[in-house]
Design a protein around this ligand. Structure first.
Ligand code: DX5
Ligand code: ZN
Length: 236
């Protein structure tokens, strides 16, 4: 089972580089090239059904936990019937598992299951899905993952029309006295980190912006510098 991790809003904004954009033949080197500047490692799992692409399985999470034991592994399951995959990702050493609200009729049950195993549970939302779909499960989650591109591929253009979802989530979190973090995933970079953090993003996922740089550590530092200049809704 994963070690206890704490998701705290007062340490946000956090940065979670997506390994999907790293050189698959040199993942360990790509992680080392970030010189410890990241907060979480974001692992995008794709099944070729929920999204039109294939990527990693639990073996990668296990290998990451072996070599980077102290790191928080943030698993983003873009798979149909996520209930079939909780067990293997749990055994592999995931710290956070997010499932898509569109991927199962049993969102509530799957989130309960993840929590029952002592992991942090997240629920993810596609750009075309109304944020209201999340309201019934907000009390169950540690993390809301708001997609700002259509899931399946790295390096896509950021969709600004999803930003109002963050405002709504911040409102619900305050009204219901909850403490989940809000993660935004897709198309983030130096040109929009201030906007997304101002809108309420606590955790920034970034693939292309980090790994297309010849100096990933510098790219992260620069994103963090811009993000930290902004007072976000979680900091009040
Ligand atoms: C998309 C993935 C993202 C993505 C991020 O399906 O969930 O994590 O790869 O990459 P960038 O930052 O390049 O959009
Ligand atoms: Zn992702």
């Amino acid at each position: 089972m994963a070690g206890e991790i704490f998701l705290r809003r007062d340490s946000c904004p956090l940065l979670a580089p997506s390994l999907l954009s790293a050189d698959p033949l040199n993942l360990a080197k790509a992680i080392e090239a970030m010189e410890g500047e990241y907060d979480w490692l974001h692992v995008d799992v794709m099944d070729g059904h929920f999204v039109p692409n294939l990527s990693y399985g639990p073996a990668l999470v296990k290998a990451l936990k072996r070599s980077f034991a102290q790191d928080v592994i943030d698993v983003h399951l873009m798979v149909e019937s996520p209930e079939s995959f909780i067990e293997p990702f749990l055994e592999a050493g995931s710290d956070i598992i997010s499932i898509h609200v569109e991927a199962t009729p049993h969102v509530h049950r799957v989130l309960q299951r993840i929590k029952a195993e002592g992991l942090k549970a997240g629920v993810a939302l596609n750009p075309g899905t109304p944020v209201e779909w999340l309201r019934p499960v907000l009390h169950l989650v540690d993390l809301i993952l708001v997609m700002s591109v259509n899931p399946g591929f790295g390096g896509q253009r950021f969709l600004p029309e999803v930003l109002p979802k963050l405002h709504r989530l911040c409102q619900w979190r305050a009204v219901d006295e909850l403490s989940f973090l809000i993660e935004m995933d897709g198309g983030l970079g130096l040109d929009n980190v201030e906007t997304v953090v101002r809108a309420g993003c606590d955790v920034m996922v970034a693939g292309n912006a980090v790994f297309s740089s010849s100096e990933p550590a510098v790219a992260i530092r620069e994103m963090r510098r811009l993000a930290e200049r902004v007072v976000h809704c979680g900091s009040s």
